[in-house]
Design a protein around this ligand. Sequence first.
Ligand SMILES: N[C@@H](CCC(=O)N[C@@H](CS)C(=O)NCC(=O)O)C(=O)O
Length: 215
Amino acid sequence: MIRLHHIPGSRSMRVLWLLEELGLRYELRLWSLTDGGMRSAEFLAISPAGRVPALEIDGRAIFESGAIVEYLTEREGRLAPRPGAPDRADFLEWVHFAETQANIIQALNIHHVFLRPESARSIPLMKLDTKRLAVTARALEAHLSGRETLLDRFSAADCMLGFNIDAVFRFLPRADYPALDAYGRRMMSRPAYRRAEEAGGGSLFARDFYAVPDA
Ligand SMILES: N[C@@H](CCC(=O)N[C@@H](CS)C(=O)NCC(=O)O)C(=O)O
């Protein structure tokens, strides 16, 4: 039995998508960001920081999306270069880069989407994080120009990073990053991504674009 602890629109989408890419059978256990359930003893026993994703598999639970992605690809022997392969370090870099970028997105989500009242928001921090996000987007734009995927073929690193791209363009103008935009659209049109969307898709966003407000 494989059970994914999941919130639609959250980082657990990475794992849901990868499970679909790998053709594994799973069940979903849905959680909410707002009802306090993620601070319950039951959930903290599975995910000690009270975060999704967590994956129950092979008689244990694994937390952290990057660790889960590495575990699943090793277990299945697919969608990642093997340890020692020439592009193994590239794979690991992009898996973890995705989380660096997701942490910036999370900070912007808190300010733009979750924090109330709006007067509690810090406009200097929103500006700073938008600039930090742009650094990551420029790096991806350069890397993906003339490429279809992060490595020379689709890999689980694309599940880690591809999930971020919808959020990136909630905060940065799409037109400034044509290669990244095309990459995001390619990833989201994959059949496995669409199946994952059907099984547990959703969005945290009510608007297409969130500009930093004037001070
Ligand atoms: N580094 C962790 C981050 C997980 C994370 O922060 N997940 C968010 C959803 S995207 C969450 O569960 N937040 C709940 C909270 O902060 O209380 C990973 O990649 O799995």
